[in-house]
Design a protein around this ligand. Structure first.
Ligand code: SAH
Length: 439
């Protein structure tokens, strides 16, 4: 290959089972010397020192297309029928960078019918305290044709990698449509797949998406029925999310704040709304999850914001369990659906970090109302809405906590329902707005 060597081994080949192992030796120095590397990298050290030789990336896709070209296009001279037949196939990718985490990995492969196993790799096996890396060993198992398996890998490996791709020329839209045929138009993550595959080249993305949607209309009735079903299933959730965002945004705006923190910002939905409001001159999102911050960075397109906009917003990695000087001096803070993720014995630490050290003028805090859970049809009794919730408060419990906080740290508080209000159990989300000083 132009970027190194590809070897294929057959460690086992019997009439029952055959394994083809594709090994790539990517030569990063050769890439720089021959100017064949990803464009626009400048002369940085990163050109020489990077993960390219060790991971599955767009180079692997290029190798698949080259080495297994006829299989990728579903052709076999000798056994054309077998090429069209779904087989029990397995694929293992030893080191797959998953920008977006295991959740994203599953969202890509599971809708295609694979059983997926993912084993996270540590940053350094000698220093477990350094924590997890974003690399996984991934196993896929499914009853698919060889062509399907290879096209899925061809398109989705670079999507997961999301680093500078080896390619991205204008003919990539063509390739994406060809290899995405029969599965991409219906994939629930079709837009993010297209965006990442085409590396955020907006003009190409729009072209690709409109052509994907166009291709979808082969059976409009069926597609329509399927989509309205999907929509009904998620509508409740989407509209509650949106109502919550709207309520928080309104409370932040009416506080008059110009600087605002989003604590536990997650994937950055609120940040995205905040940046559209001129009122907010300084916006900071913080989260303990590095992966969530990476997704937020993508969502906000931080790399591509014009510099004036970029100066307004910043993401930081941190925990609400520890005092942090960077949180001081803000006029307002949002803490949206975060408290219920904290261990109850550590709530006191959180209270001091937020209300004693950071002490913003206004704090807008939301949390689920446990009483409303009886109204969610799909939620078994006694279960929380999310498996990472450590507790869910009733309205009385939330109000007693927030009143206590207000009293201890010299704030006053008002409570607002968010979402459709039921006369018995209240609204699905409860919101407290705490303002510094007494009324
Ligand atoms: N506010 C976001 C995300 C809510 S999910 C939204 O409404 O969409 C809860 C978030 O809190 C997660 O992103 C989680 O990583 C974060 N979180 C949990 N414990 C935290 C801590 N100790 N410090 C900071 N963030 C934390």
């Amino acid at each position: 290959m132009s970027f190194g060597k590809a070897h294929v081994f057959y460690p086992q080949a019997t009439s029952e089972c055959c394994t083809a192992a594709l090994l790539l030796e990517v030569d990063p120095v050769g890439l720089v010397r021959n100017k064949r590397g990803p464009a626009g990298e400048g002369r940085s050290l990163e050109q020489y020192v990077n993960d390219r030789p060790y991971v599955a990336s767009s180079f692997l896709s290029v190798a698949i297309a080259d080495v297994f070209g006829s299989a990728l296009s579903g052709k076999s001279k000798e056994r054309p029928d077998l090429a069209q037949t779904p087989l029990p196939l397995q694929a293992t990718i030893s080191v797959l960078p998953c920008r977006g985490g295991e959740g994203f990995l599953r969202r890509l492969f599971e809708p295609l019918g694979y059983q997926l196993s993912a084993q996270g790799l540590p940053l350094d096996e000698k220093f477990s305290e350094w924590g997890a890396s974003s690399y996984f060993t991934v196993g896929l198992q499914g009853n698919v044709t060889l062509r399907q398996l290879l096209t899925h890998l061809y398109v989705l490996i670079p999507v997961l990698d999301n680093d500078k791709h080896y390619w991205v020329g204008d003919d990539e839209v063509q390739k994406l449509l060809r290899h995405g045929e029969g599965w991409l138009p219906d994939h629930p993550e079709r837009e993010i797949i297209t965006t990442r595959y085409l590396k955020y080249r907006r003009n190409l993305i729009n072209d690709a998406i409109s052509r994907l949607v166009g291709e979808e209309s082969s059976d409009p009735d069926q597609a329509e029925a399927k989509h309205s079903q999907e929509e009904a299933a998620v509508e409740e959730k989407i509209s509650l999310n949106e109502q919550r965002l709207g309520a928080v945004l309104a409370a932040l705006k009416s506080s008059g704040a110009k600087s605002v923190l989003d604590l536990g910002c997650g994937e950055g939905r609120l940040l995205q709304a905040l940046i559209k409001e001129r009122q907010f001159e300084r916006i900071v999102g913080m989260d303990v999850s590095y992966r969530a911050l990476e997704i937020a960075k993508d969502r906000l397109r931080l790399d591509r914001l014009p510099s004036l906009q970029k100066e307004r917003i910043q993401l930081m990695h941190g925990s609400l369990m520890y005092r942090d000087k960077r949180l001081a001096g803000f006029e307002a803070a949002a803490v949206v659906e975060v408290v219920e993720h904290l261990d109850p014995p550590r709530l006191a630490a959180f209270e001091r970090v937020l209300f004693e050290c950071a002490k913003p003028g206004t704090v807008v805090l939301t949390t689920p109302n446990a009483e409303y859970n009886v109204k969610w049809e799909k939620l078994p009794a006694g279960k929380f809405r999310h498996k990472d919730h450590r507790f869910e408060w009733t309205r009385a419990e939330f109000q007693s906590w927030a009143n206590g906080v207000a009293q201890r740290f010299d704030y006053h508080v008002r409570f607002l329902p968010v979402g459709p209000e039921d006369s018995l159990v209240g609204s699905p989300t409860q919101m407290g707005v705490l303002t510094k000083g007494s009324l």
